[in-house]
Design a protein around this ligand. Structure first.
Ligand code: MIG
Length: 690
């Protein structure tokens, strides 16, 4: 049951796709005050708060405060209030009641989740305008499903995008790319994607290719594809201002860019120096910008990642000029503590929200008319609309076909257009843990196709960290190893234990029938792929506190090792489970463990996977080097059957968008005596019978 309340004059953000009638105020259980608009409700003892998507700290968000303001921040420390997404949905799960709350406003929204007062949830909406949705349900999963029905179906990538991908900021040429492909293939390691970072562009200009370094991108893409590898280029939000650059010139001519207070094209600086921002909040500009992706799809490109779309701003010309004037002013003076600090801070804040967000304007559709809005009012919508532009263009550029698309910045509703990656993390053990904890929070917002930079983006990855991170990454839909310019090289074949990495990768491909099936069912039924234990074991007080184990789909529990030098970890089992220690595709040991606490040794070369009772996991052979060469017609099973287990398997061609045919489903049944029944198109055999 959803009640929709209006406060002030809300903007149409595009988050919600299901129209609902407005409910009369007051809003039950919430106290509402204005100036600024504040909604608060008590948090009783034992209540947990889930959601808020991409944010630091644990799965239960209680005990900290957050601010929705999409930010390009590469330091994901515990004190951060905002990262790249604005995900204004949470679930309060108390002993007596469960409800969800979605605050639909694209300006700054603050969530004080028991931070100022541990017994109070306080939400502040800076603009004073919002649609607020209060969702009541029986369980967390029920509330989440209702929310997702409100905001629309999650993005579905092509099946090959469930393979493993290698990325790095710093692959500069065709030779670099071929060396990576060769590195994986010559070591017998699986690989489905190589990502192109900004280095492929000609002087950092969107939709261009550096012809010296990549003389024939089309031929390269075709060559790699024959080897099962897709090239996935990056697109940045800012368009370089350069005479003769047609995208810039066309954008200026057609009036496609955001403007400043005088109505001139707004100038900011990002990677290429000065840029203009395409005004993607305007539907006509979205069409223009989206079609530009065609310049790359024409060359055989089938996937993209959208970056810097918070949008990130290094400086604005105005702020830079002001800073130089200040420096001039400091010259020859005695710089004491305060002044020296000011001098140091001068160049760090040139692109600051406070300084620049006020200075540019969008044309945005409201009630069918274009209206001019200042950027800070709609800041959090930028990234979503950049991705929407691409997604809508793909419908024309590649009708009926799925393309890979994910973004850095996002707002609620962006999950319909693409996935997101979790931004510039570091090669830190705590960031592996954060990756684990963010998965269920993002799934709640509908972001199913997501993952972190495996191994960490900033800083140097050690082999053991990378092993543990890949051991978790084999379960995240977006499985990408990415690292920053200047950091230690992170390609898996470079490490002494490359054979272990090869074996871990084979587990991903072995598990794909289950991972893909669970993904598709979650997407098609507004379900959750990753869940905290609390959602399935609601009455189990211990399970409700577990922050470092996850449920994945209907059959599996995960307990990743996230600590340096750990040779195992404590695991809590809410019920009897079967532990499989996976070594490589087709090789594992099994052991049945009673409910309760266990210390589980986990070597660096194995992945623990816990099977719930009467559940099945369909698997493939896992011997292919890319998704499309894996045989999904001959499957086997991981199983823990006590009284009989059933599994509904989903599979399709992985490319087209026909999701609804009954022929995609195969019903698998394994009874307690070991008799197998299979109804559907797939062949499934018991282990050992292959
Ligand atoms: O500020 O394109 O998050 O993945 O490698 C750095 C260079 C700009 C940020 C992205 C990162 C990417 C990098 N970009």
């Amino acid at each position: 049951m959803i009640a929709k309340y209006r406060f002030g004059t809300p903007l149409e953000t595009g988050a919600v796709v299901t129209p609902l009638p407005e409910s009369p105020l007051p809003m039950d259980c919430f106290t509402v005050t204005s100036d600024p608009l504040t909604l608060s409700c008590p948090l009783v003892e034992g209540a947990a708060v889930y959601g808020l998507g991409e944010n630091v700290r644990g799965i239960n968000k209680r005990g900290w405060h957050y601010e929705s303001q999409c930010t390009d921040c590469p330091h994901h420390s515990e004190d951060k209030l905002s990262l790249y997404g604005a995900h204004n949905f949470l679930i309060v799960s108390g002993p007596e009641e469960v409800f969800g709350l979605f605050v639909d406003d694209p300006g700054v929204v603050r969530f004080d989740v028991g931070y100022t007062r541990s017994d109070l949830l306080t939400i502040t909406v800076q603009s004073g305008d919002a649609w607020v949705y209060l969702i009541r349900g029986e369980t967390e999963i029920d509330v989440a499903r209702q929310f997702r029905a409100l905001v629309g179906r999650s993005y579905i990538p092509p099946k090959w995008a469930f393979g493993y991908g290698q990325s790095r900021w710093g692959y500069r040429s065709e030779e670099d790319i071929r060396a990576v492909a060769e590195g994986y293939r010559s070591h017998g390691m699986a690989l489905d994607m190589i990502y192109l970072d900004i280095d492929y562009m000609e002087r950092l200009k969107d939709f261009t290719v550096n012809q010296d370094a990549f003389p024939d991108l089309k031929a390269l893409a075709a060559d790699l594809k024959r080897d099962g590898i897709r090239l996935v280029p990056i697109i940045d939000a800012g368009v370089k201002t350069e005479t003769g650059y047609d995208v810039y010139e066309e954008g200026v001519e057609k009036g496609c860019f955001c403007t400043d207070e005088r109505g001139e094209n707004f100038i900011a600086a990002v990677w290429p120096g000065q840029v203009h921002f395409p005004d993607v909040l305007n539907p006509a500009v979205r069409r223009w910008f989206g079609r530009l992706y065609g310049r790359l799809t024409e060359q055989g490109i089938e996937g993209f990642w959208n970056d810097m779309n918070e949008p990130a701003i290094f400086y604005t010309q105005k702020n830079l000029d002001a800073a130089f004037a200040r420096v001039e002013d400091f010259k020859g003076k005695n710089l004491d503590l305060n002044r020296y600090g000011e001098l140091q801070g001068l160049f760090n804040h040139l692109g600051d929200a406070a300084n620049s967000y006020h200075q540019f304007f969008h044309q945005m559709e409201q009630d069918g008319k274009l209206v001019r809005v200042r950027h800070d009012r709609v800041h959090n919508l930028y990234g979503m609309n950049m991705t929407r532009a691409a997604s809508e263009a793909f419908d024309e550029l590649a009708p009926g076909k799925r393309l890979l698309l994910f973004s850095r910045a996002s707002y609620v509703g962006a999950h319909r257009y693409g996935g997101i990656w979790q931004g510039d993390n570091k090669s830190w053990w705590s960031h592996l843990q954060m990756n684990v904890q963010m998965m269920p929070s993002l799934n709640l917002l509908g972001f199913l196709y997501t993952g972190a930079d495996l191994g960490g983006f900033g800083c140097d990855a050690t082999e053991d960290l990378l092993l543990r991170w890949i051991a978790f990454g084999i379960f995240t839909p977006l499985m990408r190893n990415h690292s920053a310019l200047g950091t230690r090289e992170q390609e898996l074949y470079r490490y002494p234990r490359w054979e272990t990495f090869r074996d871990l990768l084979s587990l991903r491909y072995m598990l794909l029938p289950y991972l893909y099936s669970e993904y598709m069912k979650a997407a098609l039924t507004d379900g959750l792929l990753f869940r905290p234990l609390a959602f399935d074991y609601r009455k189990d007080a211990r399970a409700r506190e577990v922050e470092d184990q996850l449920l994945l789909g209907e059959s599996v529990m995960l307990a990743p090792v996230c600590r340096q030098n750990a040779t195992g970890r404590h695991v809590y089992l809410p019920e009897e489970m079967k532990l499989l220690r996976l070594k490589r595709a087709g090789e594992w040991t099994e052991e049945i463990l009673p409910a309760g606490d266990h210390y589980i040794p986990v070597a660096l070369d194995e992945v623990p996977l816990f099977l719930r009772p009467d559940r099945l996991v369909p698997i493939a052979a896992g011997d292919a080097d890319c998704v499309m060469r894996e045989d999904f017609t001959q499957l086997s099973l991981l199983s823990f059957v006590k009284t009989g287990a059933e599994y509904l398997l989903y599979d399709d061609d992985g490319e087209s968008r026909d999701y609804n045919s009954q022929s995609h489903y195969t019903a698998i049944r394994l009874d307690e005596r070991g008799a197998l029944t299979v109804a559907g198109s797939q062949t499934v055999t018991l282990p050992g019978e292959r």
